[in-house]
Design a protein around this ligand. Structure first.
Ligand code: SIN
Length: 343
């Protein structure tokens, strides 16, 4: 198997818009700060070290400019980044630009936001529907918001293995919007991996083989009694243990907006290939799990108070790092309704 060398040095670009997104996201969020006079500040995140550095306000002229600049500096073609909510665009254009950024690049990070739960829900609805997660605890009366929480005295965390949200649904979630509520002093980053880059790296032979396969996804082995989470100190947190989930999806899908071919299996929820036994499937699934988590396909989101990440569940995997024992971390997640998947 031929591997590309890692060319990617900087894979996540985030933009601090000082509440510009909130202000520009529509009437439901109209109480947010006005656009006039806001500063726009770009930052890079190095995917390997997590280091961030400012690019500067002067370099931001337009979304197109930024996209070209970013792509030009990214010869490996792994496109995590970005964000571009241009203060000069209308609210609808801003949101459309942000959606395109997420679809094309996998994940976007907005800094310094002040979203209330109501604003989080209102913003999510501007992307389409909300898929309510039946397994995570909800946040004091907001069923749309799944609380991803790890307490000071817990050792296990939610989402600590590579996965994509809701792949066990018949129509898996398009994406997720995660808002940082309480952060540990250090650690607790989220890693993302590009399934477009993972697919592109395969040989023509394996691409062809995988393109003819479908795979079974379920969450039963995780949430049901006796499942993975019931053996951890998260057991008391989870709901929906009585539910059974099962879906069959193509192993290689086409992104419904960009048309990019994406690897669509993941280590948490994909149990086997359709028509194959688990035992037969495991070697290839293990290979794909290792491939998909390769460092040169990844970027790292370092959370800060006010950070919001929006990602595309078709195009990425993610993993919540569990490296902050003794501290509390609380995140609010809304999962966005997707489209049927097709090869
Ligand atoms: C998730 O797996 O959706 C949560 C990710 C995180 O907590 O960083």
């Amino acid at each position: 198997m031929k591997f590309k060398t890692s060319l990617l040095t900087r894979s996540l670009l985030s933009l601090t818009v000082g509440a510009a997104l909130v202000a520009s996201a529509g009437s439901a969020l109209a109480q947010a700060k006005p656009l006039a006079g806001q500063t726009v500040k770009m930052m890079w995140i190095d995917p390997l070290t997590g280091l961030m550095g400012p690019v500067g306000t002067n370099q931001y002229k337009s979304w197109q400019f930024f996209q070209e600049k970013f792509n030009a500096s990214n010869p490996a073609g792994v496109k995590f980044d970005v964000i571009a909510v241009d203060n000069k665009l209308s609210p609808t254009e801003s949101l459309n630009a942000l959606k395109q950024a997420v679809f094309q690049n996998g994940v976007a990070v907005l800094r310094d936001q002040e979203l209330t739960p109501e604003q989080h829900i209102a913003f999510a609805k501007r992307w389409g529907g909300i898929d309510v997660n039946p397994f995570f605890p909800t946040n004091s009366g907001w069923p749309e918001i799944a609380e991803v929480r790890k307490a000071e005295d817990q050792k296990d965390n939610i989402g600590g293995g590579w996965h994509t949200d809701h792949s066990f649904d018949q129509i898996p979630a398009m994406g997720s919007i995660l808002v940082a509520r309480e952060l540990p002093p250090v650690g607790g980053d989220t890693l993302f991996s590009s399934m477009g880059a993972a697919f592109d790296s395969l040989s023509d032979g394996l691409k062809q083989t995988l393109s003819g396969l479908r795979a079974v996804h379920t969450a039963d082995h995780i949430y049901q009694p006796g499942g993975y989470y019931s053996n951890t100190d998260l057991a008391g947190e989870m709901t929906g243990q009585e539910l059974s989930t099962r879906a069959v999806h193509p192993v290689v899908i086409r992104h419904p907006v960009t048309g990019r071919r994406l690897l669509y299996v993941n280590g948490a929820f994909t149990t086997h290939f359709e028509g194959w036994t688990r035992e037969e499937s495991l070697p290839l699934l293990t290979y794909l799990s290792q491939l998909g988590s390769r460092e040169d396909f990844r970027c790292r989101v370092e959370w800060k108070p006010g950070s919001v990440a929006i990602w595309d569940n078709r195009a990425t995997w993610h993993l919540a790092e569990n490296d902050y024992h003794g501290h509390r971390r609380v995140m609010h997640r809304i999962t966005l309704t997707g489209d049927p998947l097709a090869a």
